[in-house]
Write a protein of this length. Sequence first.
Length: 555
Amino acid sequence: MSQSNAINGTGNRLIVDPVTRIEGHLKVEVELENDHVKNAWVSTQLYRGIEQILKGRPPEDAPLFTQRACGVCTNTHALTSIRAIENALDIEVPPLAGLMRNLILSGLVVHDHLVHYYHLHGLDWIDMAAATKADPGKAAAIVDKTSNRGGDPADLYIVRKRLNDFVGTGQLGFLENAYFLGGNEAYRFSPEENLIMSAHYLEGLRVQLKLARAMALFAGKNPHAQSMVVGGMTCYDSLKPEVVTHFRSLWEETKEFVENAMMPDIVMMAKRFPEAWKYGRTENFFDFSDFYDPSTGKDPYFRSGVLWGNDLDSAEKLDIDKIDEHVARSWYKGDDVLKPYDGVTDPKYTNYEDKEKYSWSKAPRYKTEAMETGPLARRAIAYARGESETKKMLDDVFAKTGMKSEHLFSTMGRTVSRVVETAMLTRRMKGWIDEVDERVKSGDDKIYRKWTMPDEAKGVGMCCVTRGGLSHWIRIKDKKIENFQMVVPSTWNLGPRCKEGKLSPAEQSLIGCPCPDPDRPVEILRTIHSFDPCIACSVHLVDNRKGTRQKFRVL
């Protein structure tokens, strides 16, 4: 829903609330001038208080609670909490357990990237209603030219008929894209391209289900992993060649879809919407290392780093001690700038219209600066380092679309980076599957290491997840959680201003963003959606009448 009205006679005020097709509750407010965004405020509208719930509990409870911060980012929070505790205890898990964790995490990232690209962000670009006018034969010819699977007019005809039947009911639902039935100039796919994208939207629903099944083979269930624990894994029933073979078959179907649907589709999208190369820019980027070689604990597939000022000629080493969290512009008490280990989550709600304190999200900063994290950050840092796989894949997209490397820092660049990363991870999964297969067939059953909880310790767990760098920070005292803080990607990306008034990456990305039609702010939504917001994670129940937390006793 959007609404607009004058601001002091100098511009137009536009509020989009709620932003749909995301996880959680997000409000975006902008000031418009000459059909462009002049100023922006991004506000998370949900408070959950997971950190406070954890205080006083045994540390090993943290993975069970944190993965319920969200119904999407489940396994990632479990794994990051586990890593925080393992870091505090200074223990390493057996290599086979590390491999299984790599497969669970990579499966989730690929799953979420796929769902975001087609089923959330995709509807910012795809006009499914327009696909009803497509020629299936012409659409199949496009597929023939762009992928190795070949286009089947009969399959595309069936998709078109399903869409026609749906439109014929008069209840368009998501086909209307919340704005129109045809005729919006911001949507410029041809009918045939819309049909191809619609077909892949529907096929993607089946593929993501297969990925969920694959994750459950080692995680125990999906969502909310049961077998990842402090010390390793407990999925002993999965140590069978037939289980690995099943996982491999599900992965192979996923890889075929990523290579022959997602990759050609992002090229088609980037060529069709060149204006999206030029807006949605942010300046600074960071992310963590992940997917370590389980045998050595070294050589991460994703390498941490920092990139300043869109400079693709250099990448700086990351120092996690330089991370702070601000609450001066958030609905929390005080305005102290604290390190995550010492973070405080003490709510103080003001009101919906407040411009000083206006979000439940905190404002993380690195060396006092707002930093974007996620697929764009990871690929840009890798590109700046000259990492061959990232550079080759991005350069190939640039050559096919006309994009240049500087266009990476944009709404479209963020989307391109996500799809390229999906293909990279899907390809890399083969090596981890092969190694698990070899170890299982050789009789390796070491997936858990015993440990003892110390009286006092602290640790941090870091993870490269779907939306960026995730970290959990724990302090242990008397064998209980004394403090726990989750600094999540959407807090980095979609937080508010900090104490010094510096805008968050999402707020930065909206400045200068075109908005020719405030009643249908497609460009604004494309930019916000390009971050793949997960607001449930970023703020982690509160009584909206009393402003107090509710306590429940389960009998």
